[in-house]
Design a protein around this ligand. Structure first.
Ligand code: FAD
Length: 395
């Protein structure tokens, strides 16, 4: 069949694995399972971003922390990613009067790292392609899954249906996972599920580099403009720019919906972000031309069907971004799963049961922490009493 571009080697493991979604989590999982000897097919609904530039020159970034590094280290990718990453040793709070306060992330130069979202994804896909046992299929959208025999149906770029059989199936297809939606339709599985939208939505804005390529704000920091019910944050990019994210109520008195004229948006930025206005590139035009994106969190249980189909990453535990842990947590899922493969000697029923046991609880905890961190970032982080308490605690 036209799926098997690379043939399995003589010492391949028996089980064939299909991973749906070549986001950061699916791509990392493909590498890890191939290294354990499995033949992996990685399916991605979008075209190959390395060839088509679907990101349209946008540099969107995210914070990589310890749990993410640990997983990347397990596949030897940490050094390569670190070369393109910027350590952020502190957060810098910008209050409404333009005063600046620094809050270090640790006493020993601990940092979280700003990485390009497309960059890290593409590096992981490169790595997956280098594995002799991984076939990557772009432009393949999962549309149906037969849970009785793990046969999946894909639509390719020409809208032709293609059928693929495997022994194990992973849903690494993100917050609105198709694998998860198909699982939920199974009448006998008793799947509990919730998807909650946050009051806030978000929009990306940007700060361009200085003419000499340097950063307009302190480079090695995560910048926050906390305004209680809303906030702006900025993470540095290696080209000297910053990617900013505005979190604001979706609707209501002061919201993306209410700021619906140029005059209102201009007044909003001048009133709340006067200092940031010196640096932001066309925030008013950006605001008026873009559509805000929703933020949601997902709970589902079980994560498994028939001991052979499992959810991972955002598909299992989408969370809000206020703790910067969504991708990190998905990377940790991969690392733990990979360790369980060894521990349970390639017995998949045991591996998946142990994976679900261990990761579901942790996923729930981090979803909750992420939700609560909005208050810490947007309100408490700029609150003088809170800063004082932090200072006292640090002593
Ligand atoms: P995704 O990245 O969503 O990838 C899923 C892939 O599946 C996509 O490529 C998609 O095209 C593909 N797909 C979807 N449906 C199908 C289908 N039917 N068939 C085939 N393929 C399909 N996390 C952090 O760790 N640190 C941060 O600082 C951080 N900041 C964030 C800021 C914002 C504003 C947001 C929204 C999120 C942030 N996150 C952060 C979260 C992080 O982006 C996600 O947790 C991470 O992208 C999840 O990776 P994933 O591979 O599970 O899912």
């Amino acid at each position: 069949n036209d799926f098997s571009k690379k043939s399995p080697s003589d010492n391949s493991r028996r089980e064939k694995i299909a991973i749906n979604g070549a986001g950061p989590v699916g791509a990392l999982l493909a590498v890890m399972l191939a290294k354990k000897g499995y033949q992996v097919d990685l399916f991605e609904s979008r075209p190959d971003s390395r060839k088509t530039n679907i990101y349209q020159g946008k540099s969107i970034n995210l914070a990589l922390s310890d749990r993410g590094w640990k997983a990347l280290n397990a596949v030897g990718l940490d050094d390569e990613i670190r070369q393109q990453a910027i350590p952020m040793y502190c957060r810098v709070m910008h209050d409404i009067e333009g005063n600046i306060t620094k809050q270090p992330y640790g006493t020993e130069e601990q940092a979280i790292w700003s990485v390009s979202r497309s960059g890290i994804n593409e590096q992981l896909i490169d790595l997956a392609e280098q594995e002799p046992q991984v076939n990557v299929h772009f432009d393949h959208r999962l549309v149906q899954l037969n849970f009785a025999d793990n046969t999946a149906v894909y639509l390719n770029e020409n809208h032709h249906q293609k059928i693929h059989e495997s022994d194990l199936v992973f849903g690494a297809d993100g917050a609105f996972s198709k694998v998860r939606r198909l699982m939920q339709e199974l009448p006998k599985e008793r799947i509990s599920y919730s998807l909650d939208y946050m009051q806030q939505s978000y929009m990306e804005l940007s700060i361009a580099a200085n003419e000499d390529g340097s950063h307009k704000l302190e480079k090695n920091a995560l910048h926050i403009w906390p305004r209680k019910d809303f906030m702006l944050i900025a993470l540095p990019n290696i080209d000297g720019s910053f990617t900013c994210t505005l979190f604001l109520n979706h609707e209501g008195e002061l919201s993306f919906a209410s700021l619906n004229t140029k005059a209102k948006v201009t007044a909003f930025f001048h009133q709340y972000f006067a200092e940031a206005m010196q640096y932001l590139a066309d925030p008013v035009e950006d605001f008026l031309s873009k559509t805000p994106s929703p933020l949601c969190l997902v709970h589902i249980y079980p994560w498994l069907v028939n001991d052979s189909i499992a959810l991972i990453g955002d598909a299992a535990h989408a969370m809000v971004p206020f703790y910067g842990q969504g991708m990190n947590c998905g990377f940790e899922d991969c690392r733990i799963l990979s360790e369980l493969v060894e521990k349970h000697e390639h017995q998949w029923a045991d591996i998946l049961a142990a994976y679900q046991d261990e990761r579901k609880e942790n996923g729930d905890a981090i979803i909750e922490l992420a939700k609560r961190n909005f208050v810490e970032m947007s309100d408490l982080a700029g609150d003088e009493r809170f800063l004082l308490r932090k200072k006292i605690e640090a002593k």
